[in-house]
Ligand binder design. Structure first.
Ligand SMILES: Cc1cc2nc3c(=O)[nH]c(=O)nc-3n(C[C@H](O)[C@H](O)[C@H](O)COP(=O)(O)O)c2cc1C
Length: 607
C-alpha cells in the first residue's frame, strides 16, 4: 500500500463523458439525470479531499452564514423513517471549551497509558483534538425516541437512529470542506460526562464532537496515514460480490485472496540487499562484527526494497488458536479445554507471551481459528472460527479443502488488517492443545522426515505419550499419503486450523513485504505450508528462536532459517518470536542510524 494518491488523482473513478457509442437508449435517459461532468467532478473532489483536520487551524472566526450553510447541509441528511434524530449544539465559549478539553484530555491520557511502546511513542507525536484551537465546536446528538413508535425502519434496527445522526455529520464535514473549513472529530470522551456538560436530556446521546475552523492547508491524505499510524485498505478488499468473502470490484472477476497473495510474492530486492551489505561495511565498526544481525538487516532491506529499511515497529503478535481431533488419540497430557482457557488468559493479559510482548512493546491479538468452544467477545479477540476443532487425522482428513482454504484466507485477512492498522512487523503465536502432533505430521509431509525423528514431547508428554504421538503421526501419514506438491491438501489432511491460518498470515506478510517473526514448531510447520505454496515467502520470515521440540530443528534446516534465540524454550504462544523482536529492530536501527567512516570522520581499517 503506497502513500495516499493526491486528491486530483484520488481513487474515485472519473465520471465518464456522455454519448458513448453503442449506448443503450435507457442509459442515455439515465445520463440526462446525471450532473454535468464538472459538477460531478466537484462532488467526487469534495469526497476525496474531505479531511479530518487537527492541526494548522487559523484563529479567524467562522461567519454565521457559513456556519448556517453547513448546518443546513447537515440537516438535509437522510434519516430513518425521516425521524431527523439529530440536534446540533454550537459551542464557542472559551471557558466551556476548556472544561470540555479537560474531559477529553483525561480519557486521552488513559488511552495513551495503555499503548505498547512504539504505539505510545507515535501517539505522543499525534494531535488528536483541537477543541481550543478552533473557534467553533459542534456537538451532534441523537434522540432515538423522536418520531414515536411508528418510525419506519427504526423498529427493527434501533441503531439506525444513530446512523442517521452520523449521516448528518458526514454532510456537515463535506460542506465544511467545500467552504474551506477544516473539521476534526474528537471521540476521546466519556459520553455521559460530555452529555452532562452539554446539559443534554437523559434520552439524548452525543454522537459526534466536531472542532471546526479555517486552516492553512489541507493534507493530501489522512493525517494518520501520513504519520504511519494506519493505512487505507485497497477498495477491492472491501467489495464483495453477492456474499461476504467473494471479494472483487464490479466488472472484475472475484478475487481469490490466496491466489492474489501468492501472485504478489516476489523475491527480495537484490539492489537493496547489496546496498545494505555495502553500508554495513562502511559503518563505524569492523566489517562483519554484527554477525547474524548484518544478515537480518540485509534481509529486511531486501524485503522492504529500500536501504535502510524501516525499523520493524510497531509489531503485533497474532496468536492463532485451534483445537485438534487427534487429541482423542491421547497425544497430550492436557485436556482440550485448556485451549479456550489459555485464550482467556491471553486476553486477560496473564500469559507469558503477554509479559514478553509488554516488555518488547508489541500488541497481542488472539485469533480464534477453530477453538472447540464458544468464546465470549473481548477486546483483542478476532473471531475467525472455521470449525469447532478439526477431525481426528488418524481417522480421516482433519478438515475439508474448503475449510483449509477458509483458514488460509482468515490468516491472510488478519495479516492485511494488522498491516493496514499500521504494524510494520508481524509475530506468529499459537495455542492449541495437541498441535505439536499435527505439526509433526505436517513436518513429515513437507520435509520427508520420519515421525520418530520429528515428533517430540510437546507440552510435556511422557515416553508413553510420545510413543502415542509418533504412532498417530505414522497412522496419519499412511492414511493420507500426503503430496507436498499439494500444500492445501496436506493442510487439510493434518490440519490445525491455526496452522492453515498461520500459513495464510505468513503469505500475506510476504505479499505486503512486512517481516514476520516465526515462533516455534507450530509456526515452522505453517511456514513449510506457506513456502510450499510460494517459495519466495521465506524471504519475509525470520526465525525467532529454536525450540527444543525436535521437529523444529528439522523445519529450520529445511527452510534454511537461522534462529536468533536459543534458550531451550518449548512454550509456543509466540514467546520465542517476541524475544527476538528487539534483536530484529536493533538490526534495522543500526543499519539506519549508525554513522559511516566517512560521515563520522573515523579512519577505516588499513586495506
Ligand atoms: C467516528 C469517528 C471518530 C473519530 N475520532 C477521532 C478522535 O478522537 N481523534 C482523532 O484524532 N481523530 C478522530 N477521527 C478521525 C479519523 O482518525 C479520521 O477520519 C481517519 O484517520 C481518516 O482520515 P480522514 O478523515 O482525513 O480521511 C474520528 C473519525 C470518526 C469517523
Amino acid at each position: 500500500m503506497k502513500q495516499e494518491p493526491s486528491p486530483a488523482r484520488a481513487e474515485n473513478p472519473r465520471p465518464s463523458g456522455r454519448g458513448e457509442v453503442n449506448e443503450h437508449p435507457d442509459q442515455q435517459n439515465h445520463r440526462a439525470q446525471a450532473y454535468p461532468e464538472d459538477q460531478r467532478a466537484a462532488v467526487y473532489r469534495v469526497i476525496a479531499e474531505r479531511r479530518d483536520v487537527r492541526q494548522g487551524f487559523l484563529p479567524a472566526p467562522v461567519p454565521a452564514d457559513v456556519l448556517n450553510r453547513m448546518l443546513a447541509a447537515a440537516h438535509q441528511a437522510p434519516s430513518v423513517g425521516f425521524s431527523q434524530p439529530w440536534d446540533f449544539i454550537v459551542i464557542t465559549d472559551r471557558a466551556q471549551r476548556e472544561r470540555i478539553a479537560a474531559l477529553a484530555r483525561r480519557n486521552r491520557d488513559g488511552y495513551a497509558a495503555g499503548l505498547p511502546g512504539a504505539r505510545s511513542r507515535a501517539f505522543a507525536t499525534l494531535k488528536v483534538e483541537s477543541i481550543l484551537d478552533t473557534p467553533v465546536n459542534i456537538a451532534v446528538t441523537c434522540d432515538a425516541t423522536r418520531g414515536g413508535r411508528h418510525t419506519l425502519g427504526r423498529h427493527s434496527q434501533p441503531e439506525t437512529a444513530v446512523f442517521s445522526s452520523v449521516l448528518a455529520v458526514s454532510n456537515l464535514w463535506l460542506a465544511a470542506r467545500a467552504e474551506g473549513l477544516g473539521v476534526g472529530w474528537v471521540s476521546f470522551f466519556d459520553e455521559r460526562e460530555l452529555a452532562a456538560e452539554l446539559r443534554l436530556p437523559g434520552h439524548l446521546t452525543v454522537v459526534a464532537y466536531l472542532c471546526a475552523g479555517y486552516v492553512r492547508e489541507f493534507g493530501p491524505g489522512p493525517e494518520l496515514q501520513a504519520s504511519g499510524w494506519a493505512r487505507r485498505r485497497p477498495v477491492a478488499w472491501a467489495v464483495h460480490a453477492g456474499e461476504f468473502g467473494r471479494r472483487g470490484l464490479p466488472g472484475a472477476e472475484p478475487v481469490d485472496a490466496l491466489a492474489e497473495v501468492i501472485a504478489a510474492i516476489r523475491p527480495p530486492d537484490a539492489v537493496a540487499v547489496a546496498a545494505a551489505r555495502e553500508r554495513q561495511d562502511r559503518m563505524t565498526k569492523p566489517p562483519g562484527s554484527l554477525g547474524v544481525l548484518e544478515d537480518v538487516s540485509a534481509s529486511l532491506a531486501g524485503l522492504a526494497g529500500e536501504c535502510p529499511p524501516p525499523v520493524p515497529e510497531p509489531a503485533a503478535v497474532a496468536i492463532f488458536a485451534g483445537d485438534h481431533g487427534v487429541h482423542a488419540q491421547g497425544v497430550s497430557p492436557w485436556p482440550q479445554e485448556v485451549t479456550a482457557q489459555m485464550v482467556a488468559n491471553f486476553l486477560a493479559g496473564g500469559a507469558v507471551v503477554n509479559a514478553f510482548a509488554a516488555q518488547a512493546g508489541a500488541e497481542v491479538v488472539v485469533v480464534d481459528a477453530g477453538v472447540a468452544a464458544d468464546l465470549e467477545p473481548a477486546p483483542g479477540l478476532l473471531p475467525r472460527k472455521i470449525g469447532r476443532g478439526t477431525a481426528d487425522f488418524t481417522q480421516g482428513p482433519a478438515m475439508t479443502r474448503a475449510q483449509a482454504v477458509a483458514a488460509l484466507t482468515a490468516g491472510i485477512e488478519v495479516a492485511r488488517d494488522l498491516v493496514a492498522a499500521g504494524n510494520r512487523c508481524l509475530v506468529t503465536g499459537d495455542m492449541g492443545i495437541a498441535n505439536t502432533t499435527a505439526s509433526a505430521a505436517l513436518i513429515c509431509a513437507f520435509t520427508g522426515s520420519s515421525p520418530a525423528v520429528v515428533t517430540g514431547p510437546g507440552a510435556g508428554a511422557d515416553a508413553a505419550g510420545r510413543a502415542r504421538k509418533v504412532e498417530a503421526v505414522r497412522l496419519g501419514l499412511a492414511l493420507h499419503q500426503p503430496d507436498p506438491a499439494d500444500p492445501v491438501g496436506v493442510l487439510a489432511a493434518f490440519g490445525g486450523y491455526e496452522h492453515a491460518a498461520l500459513a495464510g498470515f505468513i503469505l500475506a506478510a510476504a505479499a505486503l513485504r512486512a517481516p514476520v517473526i516465526l515462533d516455534g514448531v507450530i509456526a515452522g510447520a505453517a511456514a513449510l505450508a506457506a513456502t510450499a505454496l510460494a517459495p519466495d515467502a521465506v524471504a519475509a520470515c525470520l526465525a525467532g528462536h529454536r525450540s527444543t521440540e525436535p521437529g523444529h530443528a528439522a523445519t529450520l534446516a529445511f527452510l534454511k532459517l537461522r534462529p536468533l534465540v536459543e534458550l531451550d524454550l518449548r512454550l509456543g504462544e509466540g514467546t520465542g518470536a517476541v524475544l527476538a523482536l528487539p534483536l530484529i529492530q536493533s538490526a534495522a536501527r543500526a543499519l539506519r542510524d549508525v554513522a559511516t567512516f566517512d560521515s563520522a570522520g573515523v579512519s577505516d581499517k588499513k586495506a
